[in-house]
Design a protein around this ligand. Structure first.
Ligand code: XMP
Length: 509
């Protein structure tokens, strides 16, 4: 990887957003926690200092050796990053009289300053801060103000060090992207050549170099991440990539066959393993959600391990880990950073003793999709909803049997196909059906029935952390409910889940 920007993270909720904006401008960047800073090599073209929930006056206020970077490289402090830069140089930072939160307008702009070139008078910006910079050190000069914040932006004279009190990464800062572009292109001199095509070329070259003639084994799930990671690895090492796709008996209807075919069409060296009975056996009689998850996870590892052992001399384990799983999060509670042990994300144990290769571990989800598109991965794979690893196992409440799986697969198939046929699928982030452990009375023809209830669930979300239920059209819900009750034996009642997350979760177990 050539030129890059480092973002030093002081724990702001917006840090990842800064990274995404920088990358939208086709500049590669990495987030590093302030207390685990990397070595700065020649490829680093500039540094961005993030915001923070802390005040510079806090006893445990996060801080870094600014002297070692100021003047050496362009620096842009955002919010706390700006306050810290001013404070450490002898400026006066004070608590704001009121916490400034929301939209503001730049009433003064020095538009000859390189950071603010092309920013228009009264440009709207987004503020979110408790402290404010009241006085700048002598060598700092003010370059923008709002009505209530006199020092909304500054530059250190004779130095490529800048600070801004507003958040250019938030879309409410209408020209925020221009500010970032000015910094990246005009000030840091970045080429903006980090594109999906570039990513594919450079990653494939790196993988070739790293893996040589080694063999890699990888489990595929049908999901976006593992599929795109496999295609990248395949481009680099061809048949030396051994993919394993396990049918755990908890997949969607037809999923195993269809996905396996897609993989074969893409030229992947993939083996489909029918392990349904092994999973059902392991799950027999287990009702507790966490115990089910554990049983499914353990069985997957056993099946995968058995298969991997049939390939001689495997050296590497391929994984579809993506950037949000790897970013080391800054603890806002104390000086020690919490480091995620991301190599366990895929859930595979150390005893496999394989080295891990994760070709997507620097990408955000939307970037994974773009890279996949660049390599002609099918839209059916790139656009598919997330699906949990334990599959229908956590959508069948209570114990699992093959008959219950059959019922839920049929219900789910009607619902998902309906969403696709009515062009609603892409408006929904995730959808599925839950088989409830209750029976209710119904009537069919002249007969009284006593059968199961299913609940349909469709949500919108950004990342699954919060979610809203989707207001699906009544007509659509009526059609799907009719179809399910008429076509799926064993179900006589359909309900629609109208709970948001929080306080509910997306899955019922
Ligand atoms: P919840 O139910 O916690 O789900 O609101 C949030 C997102 O995570 C998925 N999910 C899982 N994914 N293994 C997975 O791979 C799991 O055990 C698991 N549990 C929930 C869920 O589908 C949703 O996208």
């Amino acid at each position: 990887m050539a030129e890059k920007i480092y973002i030093f993270d002081f724990g702001s909720q917006y840090t990842q957003l800064i990274a995404r904006r920088v990358r939208e401008l086709n500049v590669y960047c990495e987030i590093h926690p302030y207390n685990h800073l990397p070595i700065i090599d020649q490829d680093v073209k500039g540094i961005i200092l993030s915001g923070s929930p802390h005040s510079v006056f806090d006893k445990e206020a996060p801080s870094i050796e600014l002297d070692s970077i100021r003047g050496e490289l362009p620096v842009l402090g955002i919010c706390y990053g700006a306050q810290l830069t001013a404070h450490e140089a002898g400026g006066k930072v004070l608590p704001s009289e009121i916490r400034e939160y929301g939209r503001a307008n730049l009433s003064f702009i020095n538009d000859t300053n390189p950071l603010l070139r092309h920013i228009t008078a009264n440009s709207q910006v987004w503020m979110s801060h408790g402290d404010t910079i009241r006085e700048l050190p002598p060598e700092f000069k003010k370059i923008a103000s709002t009505e209530s914040v006199e020092i909304a932006a500054f530059q250190v004279e004779e130095e490529q060090t800048y600070g801004i009190q507003f958040h250019p990464e938030v879309t409410h800062s209408e020209e925020g992207l221009t500010v970032l572009k000015n910094f990246l292109v005009d000030i840091c001199g970045c080429e903006q050549d980090w594109t999906p095509a570039h990513y594919v070329d450079s990653t494939v070259a790196e993988l070739k170099e790293k893996l040589g003639n080694d063999k890699v084994v990888m489990g595929l799930s049908g999901g976006v991440d593992s599929s795109v990671a496999a295609v990248l690895l395949h481009k680099a090492i061809g048949k030396n990539l051994y993919c394993i796709f396990v049918d755990n008996g908890l997949l969607r209807k037809y999923e195993f066959e269809e996905v396996l075919h897609s993989y074969q069409d893409m030229g992947l060296n993939v083996k489909g393993v029918d392990a349904k009975d092994r999973f059902y056996e392991a799950l027999k009689g287990i009702k507790d959600p966490e115990a089910k998850r554990k049983a499914i996870g353990k069985t997957f590892i056993e099946v995968f391990d058995d298969e991997a052992h049939q390939i001689s001399d495997v050296k590497w384990l391929g994984q579809g880990t993506i950037y949000p799983d790897v970013i080391e999060s800054v603890s806002v509670k104390g000086p020690s950073a919490t480091i995620k042990s991301h190599h366990n994300v895929g859930g595979l144990p150390d005893f496999m003793k394989l080295k891990v290769v994760e070709p997507l571990n620097t990408l955000f989800k939307d970037e994974v999709r773009r890279v996949g598109k660049e390599m002609d991965v099918k839209q059916e794979i790139l656009g598919r909803h997330p699906f949990p690893g334990p599959g229908l196992g956590i959508r069948i409440l209570g114990d699992i049997t093959s008959e219950k799986v059959r019922i839920l697969q049929d219900v789910d198939y009607i619902f998902i196909k309906g969403l696709k046929d009515h062009k609603l699928y892409d408006d929904v982030w995730q959808a599925g059906a839950m088989l409830l452990p209750v029976q209710s009375v119904g009537v069919m023809g002249d007969e009284r029935t006593y059968e199961q209830v299913v609940s349909l669930r469709a949500v919108t979300s950004l990342d699954g952390m919060t979610a809203d239920w989707v207001h699906l059209p009544y007509k659509f819900l009526a059609e799907i409910s009719n179809k399910i009750i008429n076509q799926v034996k064993g179900v006589n009642r359909v309900v629609y889940d109208i709970s948001s997350k929080p306080p509910a979760t997306i899955e019922w177990e």
